[in-house]
Design a protein around this ligand. Structure first.
Ligand code: FAD
Ligand code: UDP
Length: 400
């Protein structure tokens, strides 16, 4: 009965709300053409339509809005994230106040455990992790710091993702928590990746077991997709789903284009493909209320093919007799999810970026357009900044 009730609450999907093709004016009747209905494209669409009076067409090749943050009810009626777990956290008041116009929030602090042998221990490494792993009873920050210092192997010039971790916690903890996970996630050894990748994960000497320490941590109360629906719900915004930007004729585009797809694809890969890491997702629904103690369990062992398992009910607080989880299997093939931070890729990106800067009337933004390993809040912040920069040059169509 509960399952049936959960199903009855199913929201209209974005596909119902925005039937494709949604081009009402003929593609050339718009001031701005936006490629991508993820955070970058949708925030810019709203700002350009609302504050700058622009008539905006957003195209996305997928059949839904919200980009990689897309969530929806699965067959059992459980709210799941199609492209893996998306947890919102930020220190930016500007980003929170902008998004809060389109959603209420459910406070949520993310916690992650790592499966090491038969133990599940807190990740990022903290004092509890050390005590559980080594059967210790370190009781102060100082004791934990001294323990880590006794194992750390100082690296003079920290450049790679291996250096960062070995320098902080030594080789054994590095191998236990980072080496295998990173090799799986990126198909590269941490020594081949920029230090910025593993620097995302801190090491702690206290017992704070939250994954993030940002001052704002919460999930959109009715999900990300609902938030995007409201953001894009504006009389000057039209949306064409299942529409590839590259199929629009140049003459059909408005005077301004915002491109949030992969930057190398925009230029026909003329300098070669920028490397992106992909993932395959295995979504499962299980006949039990909860499968694991926290939202995400990481699997750093190299002989386990997935990197992590996410259980959504922890994120959403949904009450349901069943539970849905997602396994992530990294892969070289597939949708471009992660730009791969390493010097040679940055070098290739710079060549595309030079072309992008010279491209008149086109703005490149977002994770793929900027080839940056951005979190959601950083993409929103970037989009708001882009709008500030160009707003002065835009004459509101409504006033023209
Ligand atoms: P996207 O969301 O990728 O949107 C780009 C859109 O452009 C896509 O919808 C795509 O279909 C469309 N597009 C591309 N090419 C074309 C074309 N030719 N024609 C038409 N449309 C096109 N961030 C966090 O802050 N917290 C997290 O917990 C988190 N977890 C993540 C987990 C995973 C597995 C991944 C992959 C990312 C995660 N992120 C997380 C990052 C987050 O997804 C991004 O920062 C954010 O979604 C990027 O928004 P975007 O608009 O730049 O790109
Ligand atoms: N990482 C790791 N072990 C972990 C968690 C993270 O080796 O248990 C490394 C891995 O290289 C990962 C990076 O740290 O890609 C950043 O982790 P984060 O959780 O920020 O990754 P994301 O959520 O962006 O996939």
């Amino acid at each position: 009965a509960v399952a049936a009730a959960a199903r009855r609450r199913v929201e209209p999907t974005p596909v119902d709300r925005f039937p494709a093709p949604g081009i009402r004016r003929g593609a050339s009747g718009y001031d701005v053409t936006i490629c991508g209905a993820g955070f970058a494209g949708s925030v810019l669409a709203r700002k350009l339509a609302e504050d700058s009076g622009q008539r905006v067409l957003v195209v996305d090749k997928r059949e839904h809005i919200a980009g990689n943050a897309y969530d929806h009810r699965d067959a059992a009626g459980i709210l799941v994230h199609r492209y893996g777990p998306h947890i919102f956290h930020t220190n930016s008041d500007e980003v929170v106040s902008f998004l809060s116009r389109f959603t209420d929030w459910r406070p949520y602090e993310h916690r992650v455990l790592a499966q090491v042998g038969d133990k599940q221990v807190p990740m990022p490494i903290n004092r509890t992790t050390l005590n559980q792993l080594y059967g210790l009873s370190l009781s102060t920050d100082e004791e934990a710091a001294a323990f880590l210092a006794s194992r750390a192997e100082p690296v003079a010039d920290i450049r790679t993702s291996r250096d960062v971790v070995v320098n902080a916690v030594g080789r054994e903890l590095y191998e236990t928590f980072f080496q295998g996970y990173t090799r799986k996630q990126w198909g590269l050894d941490p020594s081949q990746l920029d230090k910025t990748v593993t620097s995302r994960v801190p090491t702690r000497t206290n017992t704070d077991d939250r994954y993030f320490t940002d001052k704002f941590q919460a999930m959109p109360r009715e999900g990300f997709t609902r938030m995007f629906e409201r953001m894009l719900d504006h009389p000057r915004i039209d949306i064409a789903l299942s529409t590839d930007f590259h199929e629009l004729k140049r003459a059909d585009r408005g005077p301004l284009t915002v491109y949030t797809g992969p930057i190398d694809a925009y230029f026909g890969h003329r300098f070669g493909h920028l490397p992106y890491r992909s993932l395959a997702f295995r979504h499962e629904t299980l006949p039990m209320r909860k499968m694991q103690p926290v939202a995400v369990v990481n699997y750093p062992a190299e002989d386990v093919p997935w990197t992590r398992i996410t259980e959504y009910k922890h994120l959403t607080g949904q009450v349901h007799p069943m539970t849905s989880v997602t396994y992530e299997y990294p892969s070289a093939e597939g949708e471009p999810y992660y730009p791969i931070p390493r010097p040679e890729n940055q070098e290739l990106f710079r060549r595309y970026d030079d072309l992008a800067r010279a491209e008149r009337g086109v703005i490149f933004a977002g994770r793929l357009g900027s080839y940056r390993y951005y979190n959601m809040d950083q993409v929103v912040g970037q989009a708001l900044a882009v709008h500030r920069r160009i707003a002065a040059e835009l004459r509101p169509a409504a006033a023209a």
